[in-house]
Ligand binder design. Structure first.
Ligand SMILES: Cc1ncc(COP(=O)(O)O)c(C=O)c1O
Length: 327
């Protein structure tokens, strides 16, 4: 197969989805205070510390062709974030699973992007005692999100190495999937100013870490490198490592200096929002002319596994009806 063919992805074949349960759900759904609402109408209490202090954690979960991917792994990671932030979920794990299914079912999507979110909540008015906050659960579902559109993936992304460092792990635990994104957001603006499409941030010691919503891999000859620390252990990163392990390809979790990225034979980003995204230029310099063959193979393997139902959980398209009937 050509690189171009490998960089396409299996067109949805099953189409388990259906019409939205309510036409107002066509743009997406949200779960707020135990109710399903159209996503554009979802609001948060102004005094929630999730908003006032970025005191929140989340999981981004995708469904493709009616199959949720690695839902149990996402729930494990969500509960790990909760523990590290010393939050308590008002919903059980099975209730959260039910919400994920209901959000997609109500929207009727085959291909969906779901966020489940815990915010700190707020203490009684007048108090600043974090221990008195009642943690709040909310979630939303919108159509599947691509960090890079399929067309951009065919030619590869232009990446900028940000001048700003990622918030240090000693300050904010990167293994908590959090919203401390001001470094990424300003890095993105810097990337756009420099004609790039996204940004990777470094650790302040010259090593690349991750970017807004993705991990990074670098191929140099027969070595495949990915940062070992200071970043989120992305679900897609894990998937790529499993694909590589099955193929007998060694992935080195190590420091990845910016120079290694600049001198890479190939580089790619991994994310729930798009899968395996080829990189073809860094800092305005082409690292190669078009996506590389190794990246294309990993891209194809990722989408093939998803199409085969690997780590897949079929969306329960009947899940929304009971909740909607009770409202
Ligand atoms: C900071 C950060 N790193 C990496 C990732 C990639 O993780 P995953 O593959 O689980 O989507 C994300 C996903 O949103 C992220 O926010």
């Amino acid at each position: 197969m050509t690189t171009e063919q490998l960089l396409s992805w299996p067109a949805p074949s099953r189409s388990r989805g259906r019409e939205p349960a309510d036409p107002r759900f066509a743009d997406g759904t949200a779960w707020i205070d135990g109710k399903l609402v159209p996503v554009a109408e979802a609001t948060l209490p102004l005094l929630d510390w999730g908003f006032l202090r970025s005191d929140a954690c989340q999981e981004t979960i995708s469904a493709w062709d009616g199959l949720l991917f690695r839902l149990d792994d996402h729930l494990d990671r969500f509960w790990r974030s909760l523990e590290r932030l010393r939050m308590a979920s008002p919903l059980s794990r099975e209730e959260v699973r039910g919400v994920v299914h209901s959000l997609i079912a109500a929207a009727g999507y085959d291909n969906a992007y779901v966020q489940i979110i815990m915010t700190r909540g707020r203490p009684p008015i007048g108090s600043r005692d974090i221990r008195l906050c009642a943690n709040r659960f909310q979630a939303f579902c919108i159509p599947y999100v691509w960090i890079a559109t399929p067309e951009v993936q065919q030619r590869g992304l232009h990446v900028h190495v940000g001048s700003r460092h990622r918030v240090p792990a000693a300050s904010v635990d990167p293994m908590v999937k959090h919203y401390h994104w001001l470094d990424f957001e300003l890095g993105l603006l810097e990337a756009f100013d420099n004609g790039a499409e996204t940004v990777v941030l470094t650790d302040g010691h010259g090593n690349v870490l991750e970017g807004p919503g993705f991990n990074i891999f670098v191929r140099q000859g027969d070595r495949l490198l990915t940062p070992r620390t200071g970043m989120l252990d992305g679900m897609t990163r894990r998937t790529v490592m499993e694909i590589c392990a099955d193929a007998g390809i060694q992935v080195e979790e190590t420091d990845v200096p910016v120079e290694a990225l600049l001198a890479a034979d190939e580089a790619f980003l991994t994310t729930t929002a798009g899968g395996v995204l080829p990189v073809t230029s860094v800092g305005g310099r082409a690292i190669r002319n078009g996506p590389g063959p190794f990246t294309a193979q990993i891209h194809a393997a990722y989408w093939q596994r998803r199409a085969d139902g690997w780590h897949g959980e079929p969306v329960d398209y009947a899940a929304a009806s009971a909740i909607l009937a009770a409202e």
